[in-house]
Design a protein around this ligand. Structure first.
Ligand code: SF4
Length: 377
């Protein structure tokens, strides 16, 4: 299935207009998860309102053309407090969709009322049942699970729909089924599963046995097919790709250009393509930022982003993927931060991350299809 990638036309250069922006209302997180990539999560550096106003000035014409999202990320975005988050949100025009990615530990009735009042869509980070959350701990090192499920219970009590995002540190037999059943019960309507990444200040290895990772994804598809009541992000991507291949349209599936996905740091600095690079510096690449919205309009920063040293190197890597990797039509060339943190540069190709989350994902879906092929086919 995964072939003919030279004919894939998308992902050439960086688009001038993003489909969403990521905002860091505070660097602080009230948890201290073992696999977290964030370098400054113990410090409470809050985004001043003028930063949000500067971003909103760029977003207003983009949002007028169609759907546009602002994703409040962290740190833990709720650690900024309701009053401050409300002041930041107020900078944006009506019609912009707001999302928060949260560890849920601070969610209570008052936060639920806030989400409802501001139309904020919630995504909760939780790794499955209590025993699977050993890495999610408070600053005092105590398990955070009970506080996470209290927050989720508040969302359910208020009838607020939510997504869930889980980190899988070690794919083992039986885990995919256990996780899928857990999230069915939890009541999320969308689920994303991330195999843990070696990224930022998390230096734990993400190299796994290939067959184990493929089997994990195949088992997940089987669990989902038994009760497909949750939108399962990775499986839906794979099925969309498979359908495009069968229709002979796999060359057209990827966007024409890379979405710049600007991450706006608390101080207004803009890092494109990979939120995980924000806050880091490197002797060769500097601080990875393409500018600051307090000094330069965001649209202008994005128009010049391809000229940022490391971004040009990454685009060379995307072309190397296009010419060498049979999975390019599905993947689109990988994630900048994974290349940097695994390989120390941006123009390489295959990473452990893309093996775990793209190559073996697609192989797992195919393995499931082969295992369930009817003998008559
Ligand atoms: S990042 Fe990995 S899977 Fe994606 S196109 Fe490049 S080599 Fe292929």
């Amino acid at each position: 299935m995964a072939a003919r990638c030279r004919s894939v036309t998308g992902m050439r250069g960086i688009a001038a207009v993003p489909s969403y922006v990521v905002m860091q209302p505070t660097t602080l997180c009230n948890l201290d998860c073992a696999y977290c990539y964030l370098p400054h999560r113990a410090a409470d550096r809050r985004m001043p309102v003028p930063v949000a106003e500067a971003v909103a000035a760029a977003v207003t014409p983009w949002a007028a053309r169609g759907r546009f999202s602002v994703v409040w990320h962290g740190g833990e975005p709720l650690a900024a407090g309701r009053e401050h988050l409300a002041a930041l949100i107020a900078a944006f025009p009506a019609g912009v969709e707001h999302h928060v990615q949260t560890n849920a530990t601070l969610i209570d009735d008052a936060w639920c009322a806030f989400f409802a009042a501001h139309g904020v869509r919630v995504s909760v980070s939780v790794d499955g049942p209590a025993a699977r959350n050993g890495d999610r701990v408070t600053r005092a090192g105590r398990p955070a699970y009970d506080r996470i499920v209290r927050g989720v219970a508040a969302l359910r009590r208020h009838g607020l729909p939510f997504s869930a995002l889980a980190v899988v540190s070690r794919p083992t037999p039986g885990l995919a089924t256990e996780l899928y059943d857990y999230f069915l019960d939890l009541g999320c309507d969308v689920l994303g599963l991330n195999i843990e990444e070696t990224e930022g200040v998390n230096t734990r290895s993400n190299a796994h046995d290939a067959a184990a990772v493929t089997a994990f994804w195949a088992e997940l598809v089987a669990a989902w097919r038994r009760a497909p009541r949750v939108h399962l992000r990775e499986v839906e991507w794979s099925l969309r790709y498979a359908a495009a291949v069968l229709a002979g349209a796999e060359g057209d599936l990827l966007p024409r250009q890379l979405d710049p996905i600007p991450t706006i740091g608390y101080d207004g600095s803009v890092t494109v393509l990979s939120p995980e690079l924000a806050g880091f510096t490197d002797a060769r690449y500097g601080d990875f930022s393409s500018g600051n919205v307090l000094a330069t309009p965001l649209a202008e920063i994005l128009a010049g982003a391809a000229g940022t040293g490391w971004v040009g190197e990454f685009l060379t890597g995307v072309e190397a993927c296009r010419s060498s990797c049979p999975y390019f039509g599905f993947c689109g060339g990988g994630h900048a931060a994974n290349r940097y943190f695994e390989q120390g540069r941006f123009d390489g190709t295959e990473t452990e991350h893309c093996r775990n989350s793209k190559i073996r994902l697609l192989e797992g879906v195919l393995e499931h299809a082969r295992d369930h092929e009817s003998p008559a086919d």
